[in-house]
Design a protein around this ligand. Structure first.
Ligand code: ARG
Length: 427
């Protein structure tokens, strides 16, 4: 004990103390190699957990079988789509959550839920450690480690990719030696993909070359706008208190609604974002995002919110929205400021009820109609045609006189010395 350096990180697993590990398992190369490697390296048992957040086209039975074949004690497959939509995506919608002007946070929203489920299943399965496949360069390690350390101080975290120093080639070799199937061929590295029902990201390969325009094969979710239908499609999104509840007048469960919106957007080439991003660990990177559902739902929500809010609410909320998005991006889902902000989001969304129609056409999504019982809008007042009643045009000059008073005085003070030399001239 005496020659032991003091630990700098409270939550990291120590080699001698790893007995049973809950591994967040995707079925991909990294976590498959990891499943074997943890057993070999630490003589530990591994329980796998795979979380379904609506990754399109995933076959979870295949993932489960693969984990069992690689020696997992058990493999839990959890369908968390509903919880994800209700407790993570809906708050993001209420906060119009977009980070860095383009990223609707689908991965950032998923990680705290995945990590919370890992804590739950680790405890249930008698594990002392949670392992994940995040690298030391990304945001996801921050989100997962911070969640585990917050919710379960008794559990430790193991992140082998941060330390094992295997590149893709070594991993493929390890996989071959250990009978781990490598899908999609082994010659060239694939894109690094992460997805769920709120969006999909691609990283790596040519994406790292900022001078390289997107190659067609990166778009596996959204139709390229060039190939989208020649006919536009209008979709109406109905909201109640900020929550999307209907598409084209049909009431839908949340998951179904989000998945349908994604399909509509995808068909029309909507939601492609080529994004430069400031990661929380200091790196600046490029991501290609495909976010068809978010592109439609966030646009509609924001528009409806603007319609029912006052000028004062509409000016403050984007600042709070931005703080919310940053906290969540930065892995601080459990930070009390996030729930404080959510209290405001709830209040501000109480009136966000109504319907917004969005026209989808070859990559663009544009609001075309709006309606809400809470709209602070009166066509009678706004019209260019003669209006009487509440709005008094005769009162307007009096308003302008007082409204501009300080600005006029300040102008005069600043231009006092120029008087007589044209300072007062308006010509
Ligand atoms: N840049 C995004 C984020 O930080 C997406 C990350 C995707 N994660 C992944 N493991 N490929 O949230």
């Amino acid at each position: 004990m005496s020659d032991h350096l003091p630990r700098t990180v409270s939550y990291e697993a120590e080699p001698g103390h790893i007995g049973r590990v809950l591994l967040l398992y995707s079925g991909g190369l990294d976590t498959s190699v990891m499943l074997k490697w943890i057993q070999e390296r630490y003589g530990a048992e591994v329980v796998a957990l795979t979380v379904n957040l609506g990754q399109p086209g995933e076959d979870y039975e295949v993932v489960r079988e693969k984990a069992m074949r690689l020696g997992a004690l058990d493999c839990h497959v959890v369908d968390a789509r509903e919880e994800f939509a209700r407790d993570f995506v809906v708050p993001a919608i209420k906060a119009n959550a977009v980070y860095g002007l383009g990223y609707p946070l689908f991965t950032a929203l998923g990680r705290p839920l995945i990590a919370r489920l890992a804590v739950h299943y680790a405890r249930r399965s008698g594990c002392d450690t949670i392992a994940h496949g995040c690298t030391g360069k990304g945001n996801d390690q921050v989100r997962i480690d911070a969640t585990v350390a917050t919710l379960a101080p008794e559990l430790k975290v193991l992140a082998p990719v941060r330390s094992w120093q295997m590149g893709r080639e070594e991993e493929v070799t390890y996989a071959r030696e250990h009978g781990i199937p490598v899908k999609g061929g082994t010659e060239s590295a694939p894109y690094s993909i992460d997805d769920n029902l709120w969006g999909r990201s691609s990283e790596g390969r040519w994406i790292e070359d900022l001078a390289h325009a997107p190659e067609d094969d990166v778009f596996q979710l959204v139709t390229r706008p060039e190939e989208a239908p020649d006919e536009p499609e209008v979709v109406t999104v109905g909201f109640e208190a900020g929550v999307p509840v209907a598409l084209n007048g049909e009431r839908l469960e949340l998951v179904e609604l989000l998945e349908r919106a994604a399909r509509m957007g995808a068909r029309h080439g909507v939601g492609i974002v080529d994004h430069i991003e400031d990661r929380i660990v200091g790196l600046k990177v490029r991501d290609i995002y495909e976010v068809p559902a978010a592109a439609i739902i966030l646009l509609a929500h924001q528009e409806l919110e603007k319609l029912v809010g006052t000028i004062h609410q509409n000016q403050l909320k984007p600042m709070l929205d931005q703080r919310w998005a940053y906290l969540v991006y930065a892995g601080l889902w459990w930070e009390p400021l996030r729930s404080d902000l959510d209290a405001y989001m709830e209040a501000a969304n109480a009136q966000v009820t109504g319907t917004i129609a969005v026209k989808l056409y070859k990559g663009s999504a544009r609001v075309v109609t709006r309606s809400s019982p809470y709209a602070i809008y009166d066509a009678q007042l706004a019209t260019f045609a003669e209006s009487g009643g509440l709005f008094s045009q005769a009162a307007a000059p009096g308003f302008i006189e007082l409204w501009s008073l300080q600005s006029r005085m300040a102008w005069q003070v600043r231009h006092r010395d120029e008087e007589g030399e044209g300072g007062q001239s308006g010509a």
